[in-house]
Ligand binder design. Structure first.
Ligand SMILES: O=C([O-])[C@@H](O)[C@@H](O)[C@H](O)[C@@H](O)C(=O)[O-]
Ligand SMILES: [Mg+2]
Length: 422
């Protein structure tokens, strides 16, 4: 069967985003992504989605040139070519994560969308969903969490957005109600690191009172010192299911972990396989937030899951702003990962309903989760008209990399993104 990679098309897109606050600033009016189409000599196409920053786009283009001609089954060969395409690349950053994760393996990030697209093709050709290629579904519905953000009422100079302002506990409780009512999420995460810790602790307590029994988490993206983190851990004992990235680095997390009663989770201190030995030997984190976009695709994320199971660590899933191809890939992976212990993160509610690149209705939200597609491949198809619209938006919006800090400084010139801050 003709399954050699004939062509790869990489299309940068931009979709509207809301002014969500975090420790490094505030989301800009558009989020950037890259849409990857891998086309075989038999004209079957597979889809991948990744970051849209120009540095990353350039790396994807270079890798794409080198993997044309390989078989879609040869993902080891594709990985090797991705590594080779990075030789001599000295650029740093540009990973679309605004300083949240800076040291993840670059090759893993470049390889990931090509692997996902190849698995999409393999599934289409075999007539099975990607979850079957990953060992089969252990759950048909993948639970996600309500991901709350402190936020402005709208981008400065623009009308209020549909969620409006959330700058205090009452605003967050209202936001949680709106999101939970719409999606049915059964767990709630708060993005912290925005206000002094005591204020954020009060907000979590208010959420606990408003949603009794609902598992909660807070993630300040390492904005707290070890001492502050220990204080927060004590305050939130019995209230949160895990404390995500309270303090910077493996050593900081290890120091907090020695006193905190709840598990510590990370998508910042441990973001590549090379970080695992040190973290494990120090007992620094108990929950890894996996993310196939930077852990090297779906199969390497499963390898990470096996390591977690072996070493008694638990598994959750991280998210950045994303579109439907990523949601499909995340859901297939989560459905075929037995030891996924928590509801996954997703930024999904923050994008406009009508903005995506996949055909409407390909992904269904049921009871706080995504019903894992059972059609061949990822189960999502490109809507070329929508893709063209979001590409036009990319060309017009002028943004070429994610930069929450510069955008924040435009309105608050004294803002500093240095961490730890408190
Ligand atoms: O979108 C954001 O502002 C998040 O803070 C994101 O950049 C983080 O990577 C992420 O969601 C996290 O859990 O740290
Ligand atoms: Mg996080």
């Amino acid at each position: 069967m003709a399954l050699k990679i004939k062509d790869i098309i990489i299309t940068p897109v931009a979709f509207h985003d809301m002014p969500l606050l975090n420790s490094v600033g505030v989301h800009e009016p558009f989020a950037l992504r890259s849409i990857i189409e891998v086309v075989t000599d038999g004209d079957t196409y597979g889809l991948g989605e990744s970051y849209g920053d120009s540095t990353h786009l350039h790396r994807l283009q270079k890798a794409a040139e080198q993997i044309r001609g390989l078989s879609v089954y040869d993902t080891n060969g594709i990985y090797q070519r991705c590594i080779e395409s990075l030789v001599g690349d000295t650029t740093t950053g540009g990973d679309g994560m605004a300083g949240m994760v800076t040291t993840a393996s670059v090759a893993d990030k470049v390889f990931s969308p090509f692997e996902v697209a190849c698995l999409d093709i393999q599934g289409k050709v075999a007539g099975v969903p990607v979850s079957d290629l990953l060992g089969g579904r252990v759950r048909d519905n993948v639970p996600y969490s309500a991901y709350l953000f402190y936020k402005w009422k709208g981008h400065p100079g623009e009308p209020d957005d549909e969620y409006g302002e959330a700058l205090d506990a009452a605003g967050l409780v209202k936001q949680a109600r709106t999101i939970v009512d719409e999606y049915g999420f059964k767990a709630i995460k708060l993005k912290g690191g925005v206000y002094p810790p005591a204020q954020e602790v009060e907000a979590v307590k208010a959420l606990h009172a408003a949603f009794p029994g609902v598992p909660l988490r807070i993630d300040p993206n390492a904005a707290w010192t070890v001492e502050t983190s220990k204080w927060v851990a004590k305050e939130l004992e019995g209230i949160i299911e895990y404390l995500e990235d309270p303090a910077p680095e493996i050593e900081g997390m290890a120091a907090v972990a020695r006193e905190a009663k709840m598990p510590l989770a990370t998508n910042m201190a441990v973001v590549a396989f090379s970080h695992l030995p040190s973290s494990i030997s120090q007992g620094a984190v108990q929950v890894i937030l996996s993310d196939h976009h930077f852990w090297g695709g779906l199969r390497k994320s499963q390898a990470l899951a096996a390591i977690c199971a072996t070493w008694g660590m638990r598994l959750s899933m991280h998210s950045n702003s994303h579109l439907g191809i990523s949601l499909a890939a995340m859901s297939h992976l989560a459905s075929a990962t037995p030891n996924l212990d928590y509801a996954c993160d997703t930024h999904w509610p923050w994008k406009r309903r009508d903005e995506d690149v996949v055909v409407d209705g390909s992904l269904k939200w049921v009871d706080g989760g995504v019903a894992v597609p059972t059609t061949p491949g990822l189960g999502v198809e490109l809507d070329r008209e929508k893709l063209a619209r979001l590409h036009r938006q990319y060309l017009d919006c002028g943004l070429r990399k994610r930069d929450d800090t510069t955008y924040m400084k435009k309105f608050h010139p004294d803002f500093s993104a240095d961490i730890p801050r408190w």
